[in-house]
Design a binder for this molecule. Sequence first.
Ligand code: ASP
Length: 323
Amino acid sequence: MSSRRKFIKNTTLTTAAVSLTGLGAKAFGLPKQKETSPLVISTWDHGLAANVAAWKIIEGGGKAIDAVEAGVRVPEADPESTSVGYGGLPDRDGNVTLDACIMDETGNCGSVSVLRHIKHPVSVARKVMDETPHVILSGAGALQFALSKGFKKENLLTLKARTAWEAWKKEARYEPVINIENHDTIGMLAIDQKGDISGACTTSGLAFKMQGRVGDSPIIGAGLFCDNEVGGAVATGLGEAVLKTLGTFLVVELMRNGAKPQEACEEAVNRIIRKQVYEDFQIGYLAIDKAGNHGSYCIHKGFNYALMKNGSNQLIDSSYHME
Ligand code: ASP
């Protein structure tokens, strides 16, 4: 029996066990869960530098929510990173439009989509979370809000990105299918010294997308989801496929029902594979549980992630469905 089928078969049993050791723990006087050691985990190799910035905050006793914001700001500011923040590849009309979201240990969250001219969309998303009654601000409204909060209006289209766009325009073939090599959203999850979990996700989205296109990355439950009782998950790859399955919400719910982070990521990828023509696009999921276990799975070989734990920061190749 495949491990996935075994997992589905065992889910009911495990659910009962989980509710006993989780919510029921106090009522039955079970021993408290062993303390989790803090960690930071993030997608792709730009996660290595991002983890270092996040880890500084965790190490100093700071909160996971501050750590993930500080962490993903690193690739947002890096002009060499052509899929996040400043230097991101533009839409088909030459506008750099950014999507980002953030979620804390209480379930609060904030998000911006189609945000132009602001280098750090994750920090605008944080302000949406902290300083408005809303979850998502989009487009002109998101920009107006950012400016009102003192963010600086900047030109985000670097020479490198403009040159790539000019080259793309020569043929201007509109293929809203993500190239297997061409996607690098940063999604980050952290557990702080208190054991609290938060996450953030930020991207310039699909290169040369239609103007106004919103991917999975600013949508809570698609690009990012955290539940402090269970764990968290982030996604990268073709946002449309993640949106159709609410991928990270699915991963966290599977963990809530007893799946390990690895099993949950595999099942979320399998959900896409069963329903969509998946050969030409990439999806990668990364998840942690409350105990600090992690897992990841992707469609095509090539997705990797950075894990910072116990003072070591390493890049790890994800397991995958196909070469
Ligand atoms: N998920 C992102 C999007 O569809 C792309 C990526 O991961 O790079 O906008």
